[in-house]
Design a protein around this ligand. Structure first.
Ligand code: GTP
Ligand code: MG
Length: 647
């Protein structure tokens, strides 16, 4: 079973910009300068066609000598130098304005229907780069207990959508004007405005090709469903049980899991073993990375993302569950267990609920599990519903988007058919779990926009020069033979084959969880945290960002200079707060105080951060998936936010 590890706040974009936000960060500039000087000797001479500027290989914009990444599209001046440690001096960035795409990607014309499993070398020789490895650094997580009232006040997603779209133009205008105010002359200003106008026109003129809009006959819509909740609440057991009941795990396989689990003295974890594959997970009886599996309901092709509940693995949970369209929040009904999950200091029920809300998930099925332990008591169910309901509303979830289902994963009650236990039957008349899944509203799929697929995992085979990237297609569509731009390296590649639900397919669209086998690209240039995009619409790559953040419960106030862990889609970077621009009124979103000294619990603010390494990023208003961020410090999530400006 494949495993992947894979998030923002849906508050509206504030249109207010400070003109004075472009002051210098002497430290950072000198650092950048040193890096540029160090790399100078390997630049090709033809890049210096104009003194003092370098031309972006992607959008052809003439950038100032001192910047390492293009001001317009964010592509690195020397991607190989900045991004890859091998420092391959032979490789030059793609110049698709200068060369035909086909010249760049060799031998990529024939379409392949070979599955990835066939086309990539066996796992012994292929290098499997899993985010789980990257993220297996154990980060001590304590607890979040903010009420997230600010999220609720930000209003429903639809309100945000309309505010955002109108804000985009004003915001981009501001960015460009401010850019122009920098050390550039009038010519550069004109040139930037012109390019900006051209880019905007190109974006608005983008029309999806016919094949992208076509219906996929006989295929159900994919629903990415995150299974989240406090440690040991039964998420993996529930996932395994569903897979078994729906025929995805055969009885024979189940018997094998049972036997193995029993022999290790972990008999009760038999169903969880279907998802917890690694020896360490099985030994410890906890999930450590997000497990991905599939099943079919009447309405959906459901991709479940079984998340770790242990607080040490919250970064893994973020990295996996941020692909979710909806979520099942699993609650342990046993006395003391529910209370531990909702506890302000250590409970992951709280942190997970806050996180999934800020991933943009608004539909949640609250599965109150282990009802067998409390004798299927209606009183216990109602008590949990009452307490948790108040908290979830505080997180910004609307009552109409919450479905409460009492279940027992262990005793197979109320999962794929109505309950059979009379103790439950006597008082519960609502839907069973699978029914509740089918009642979820279909997620909105953005096929009308250019391709964006954040890369979650990468599977490499250097010997045959093949590389496969997995992740969720956030916008646009992919088909075999298509040329894609791999960011942040800026290299072009050809889609050799596609795999959905572990099955080869020719076309995948926004919302699909896929594995894309690429060819015509150096395998080292494809990395988790990167993004596959449309060659004409490269995503930005940046280290300096303006964010609108909502502080959660923090013991230590955030100051200018505070070091934080920055999470964005599948990227994680060390970050430093370089400016606190303003405090925002949590009700109106308007500036309530300029340049405050620090940020504390529940405050909403506009800040600037500087990252140690560049990330693929877009303003939230342009692309939600690439514009949602989390800031963590001292082992817990300190703030959730959105990117308001890529600087
Ligand atoms: P993490 O992934 O580590 O957060 O745990 P989890 O939420 O996936 O829990 P898991 O499925 O590993 O189950 C933890 C324990 O709860 C196991 O011993 C299960 O047998 C038990 N369990 C799960 N569901 C039920 C249930 O419905 N009833 C009872 N009695 N026990 C259950
Ligand atoms: Mg688990």
């Amino acid at each position: 079973m494949p495993r992947k590890v894979k998030y923002g706040v849906d508050f509206d974009i504030d249109e207010e910009d400070d003109d004075d936000v472009w002051t210098d960060y002497s430290d950072n500039e000198s650092n950048v300068q040193v890096e540029v000087e160090e790399n100078e000797n390997i630049f090709s001479a033809d890049e210096y066609t104009k003194a003092g500027v370098w031309r972006c290989s992607i959008c052809t914009f003439d950038n100032d000598e001192g910047v390492v990444a293009c001001d317009i599209c964010g592509v690195f001046r020397h991607p190989m130098v900045n991004i890859h440690s091998n420092g391959n001096k032979e490789t030059v960035p793609s110049k698709f304005n200068a060369y035909p795409l086909d010249d760049f990607v060799s031998s990529s014309n024939h379409l392949s229907t070979v599955t990835l499993k066939d086309s990539i070398e066996d796992s012994s020789s292929s290098e499997v780069v899993r985010n789980r490895k990257k993220l297996n650094v154990i980060l001590k997580t304590t607890e979040l207990e903010s009420s997230f009232l600010e999220l609720e006040e930000a209003g429903p997603l639809s309100i945000c959508e309309s505010t955002c779209s109108s804000a985009i133009e004003a915001k981009s205008e501001n960015v460009m004007c401010t850019l122009a105010k920098q050390s550039l002359g009038a010519d550069s200003e004109c040139s930037k405005n012109q390019i900006k106008a051209e880019t905007a026109t190109r974006r608005s003129q983008y029309r999806p090709e016919k094949w992208m809009n076509g219906n996929r006959e006989g295929t159900l819509m994919q629903l990415n469903l995150a299974i989240v909740g406090h440690v040991d609440s039964g998420k993996s057991t529930l996932s395994g049980r569903l897979l078994n009941l729906l025929g995805r795990i055969s009885e024979k396989e189940m018997r094998k899991f049972e036997k193995e689990a029993k022999s290790k003295g972990k008999g009760s974890f038999a169903y969880a073993w279907a998802l917890d594959e690694s020896a360490e997970e099985r030994e410890r009886g906890i999930t450590m990375t997000v497990a991905v599996a599939y099943f079919y309901s009447k309405k959906y092709h459901v991709v479940i993302l079984d998340s770790p509940g242990h607080r040490d693995f919250v970064p893994n949970m973020i990295n996996g569950a941020n692909q979710a369209d909806a979520a099942i929040l699993v609650i342990d009904a046993s006395v003391g267990a529910f209370e531990a999950g909702i506890d302000g200091n250590r409970g992951q029920t709280r942190e997970h609920a806050q996180l999934i809300r800020s991933f943009g998930v608004d539909q949640v099925i609250v599965a109150i599990n282990k009802m067998d332990v409390v004798e299927y008591s209606k009183e216990r169910f109602d008590s949990i519903k009452g307490q948790l309901g108040t908290f979830l509303r505080g997180c910004g979830f609307r009552d109409s988007c919450l479905t409460w289902v009492p279940i027992s994963a262990m005793e197979n009650q109320n999962l794929v058919t109505a309950a059979s236990d009379v103790r439950l039957l006597s008082w519960y008349k609502g839907p069973f779990l699978l029914d509740a899944v089918d009642s979820l509203q279909p997620p909105v799929r953005d096929v009308s926009k250019p391709l964006i697929m954040p890369i979650c995992d990468v599977i490499k085979s250097r010997s045959v020069g093949q590389v496969a990237a997995s992740g969720k297609v956030e916008a646009g569509a992919l088909q075999c033979g298509l040329k894609v731009l791999v960011m942040p390296s800026g290299d072009l590649a050809t889609v050799r084959s596609l795999e959905r639900d572990s099955q080869p397919c020719d076309i995948t669209k926004a919302g699909d969880n896929v594995v894309v086998c690429l060819q015509g690209i150096d395998v080292s240039h494809v990395m988790a945290g990167g993004v596959l995009c449309h060659p004409d619409f490269p995503v930005a790559v940046a280290t300096h960002l303006e964010l609108k953040v909502l502080m959660l419960d923090v013991a230590v106030p955030v100051l200018v200079g505070s070091q934080m862990e920055f999470h964005i889609h599948h990227s994680k970077e060390a970050a430093r707060v370089v400016k606190i621009l303003s405090l925002l009124d949590s009700k109106t979103g308007k500036v309530s105080k300029k340049a405050p000294r620090c940020l504390t619990t529940k405050q909403s603010a506009l800040i600037e951060v500087m990252l140690d390494g560049a990330v693929c990023v877009e303003e939230f208003a342009n692309c939600r998936a690439l514009g949602r961020v989390f800031l963590r410090a001292y082992g817990k999530t300190a703030a959730v936010g959105i990117v308001t400006r890529v600087i």
